[in-house]
Ligand binder design. Structure first.
Ligand SMILES: [Zn+2]
Length: 428
């Protein structure tokens, strides 16, 4: 006790309830007016979902499940549409929007990592309340391993938030990531971990994994331009030898690797070396999409953020919005594993995270496909399809509900008013 009081005053001051996860109500039963299962089956009416110890134990006709549930707590959603908890596969909880480079510089150079982590706690809670019960947070932008800390705090029930899969610091070669344009005399924090050459890359990947990275994120390209042949092209950040080292070491350690690739060249190189996901990818062309579909490479297109930052950034950005829309239309046709990702944090967390749904539907997805992109498809991209992303027996009891039919109007997902994570109701 004395040792605790001296060494861990803050932890000891917390009530016990904040140090341990709240136990899930052992048994509850949800009465769903309409159920969308997340794997694309036609919606069903008047369904029951039995939940035991944070997992879905059974799904079936309400009368049958109600009887089986006995004295379990009844959660009445009979006038709502129930879906699996949503998954956003591209967020930055440690960023608060950066249309201009000055906004990004301010966060890195004027805010301490503890302050940024406090803001990240608020961002995570916002995500959960909007129905995102899982996020893949894909780079701390100079905040080191604060994502691992937040993930742990959420797991332990210290603060509310989604399940997190985290990429920690991300990688770029020396000089290929901001802050930039400052006097060379200043020692500035890096927005990523710089790594050059195979040896540094191997060491860097090992470091990040040992400190808690679930994913490795690499900035594959930069210097975007429109070529004479009309393609969105880019300059490669790494040699083939270096990029191969990233993929080999990441996979050897049992992790997955995400590549930021905007232009044709970056997407081509990331596909060649077997990246698990392509981030953004507005430069996707039909030939590259065919390769992604054949290889089973997932694509996280982050459409809203591109449109959001384009007017403020000017230059090539308004064109990039058009490239992205055309690429999505073709990618949907070719059956690419398009995974819902917003880049929230790249835009302010005060904006909804559901904006990408309408853009996906406008560019060729059915509402059902758009829902799947943020449920079962995203779960597959994360390698969590046996745990997350569908309302089926054995999956985590992550559920959301909305008062309007999202298959009739996808913007109904902006009006989620019930959220359950692992059997615990976090919003009603
Ligand atoms: Zn991003």
């Amino acid at each position: 006790m004395t040792r605790c009081a001296i060494l861990l005053p803050l932890l000891c001051a917390l009530p016990l309830s904040a140090q341990t996860p709240r136990p899930a109500a052992t048994r509850s039963v949800v009465h769903a007016g309409v159920l969308i299962d997340g794997v694309g089956a036609a919606p069903t009416r008047d369904r029951g979902i039995l939940i035991e110890d944070g997992r879905i134990a059974a799904v079936g006709p309400w009368a049958e499940i109600r009887q089986r549930a006995g004295n379990a707590t009844v959660i009445d959603l009979s006038n709502r549409t129930v879906l699996p908890g949503l998954i956003d596969a591209h967020t930055h909880v440690l960023l608060q929007g950066d249309i201009t480079s000055a906004e990004w510089d301010d966060q890195l150079l004027k805010e301490s990592i503890p302050y940024r982590a406090i803001r990240a706690v608020a961002a995570a809670e916002r995500a959960l309340h909007q129905g995102f019960t899982t996020i893949r947070d894909i780079g701390t932008e100079g905040a080191m391993y604060a994502d691992v800390d937040l993930k742990r705090a959420i797991q332990r029930g210290v603060v509310p938030g989604p399940r997190m899969f985290v990429a920690t610091r991300a990688f770029a070669p020396s000089g290929k990531y901001p802050p930039s344009g400052f006097s060379w005399e200043l020692e500035l924090p890096g927005g990523v971990q710089f790594a050059d050459g195979v040896e540094e890359i191997r060491k860097g990947v090992r470091e990040q994994v040992s400190r808690g990275a679930d994913w490795i994120k690499v900035y594959v390209d930069g210097g975007y331009y429109v070529a004479e042949d009309g393609r969105l092209r880019s300059r490669l950040n790494y040699t083939d030898e270096e990029l191969a080292a990233f993929v080999r070491e990441t996979h050897r350690l049992g992790r997955k690797i995400a590549g930021h690739a905007m232009g044709w060249d970056g997407i081509d190189q990331a596909l060649t070396h077997g990246f698990d996901t392509i981030e953004h990818g507005p430069g996707f062309t039909p030939d590259l999409l065919a390769r992604a579909a054949k290889q089973g490479t997932a694509w996280c297109p982050t459409l809203f953020v591109v449109a959001y930052v384009a007017p403020g950034r000017g230059g090539i950005w308004p064109r990039i919005v058009e490239f992205a829309a055309a690429a999505i239309r073709e990618g949907v046709k070719q059956g690419v594993q398009i995974t819902y990702g917003t880049d929230a944090g790249g835009y302010a967390w005060t904006e909804p995270m559901t904006n990408d749904f309408a853009i996906l539907v406008r560019n060729g997805m059915t509402p059902m496909q758009a829902i799947q992109s943020a449920t079962s498809v995203a779960a597959r991209t994360l390698g969590q399809e046996q745990q997350l992303g569908s309302v089926q027996a054995g999956r985590a009891a992550d559920l959301v509900a909305t008062g309007r039919d999202p298959l009739a109007d996808i913007t109904a997902l902006a009006e989620i008013n019930f959220v359950m994570k692992a059997g615990v109701v976090v919003r009603q």
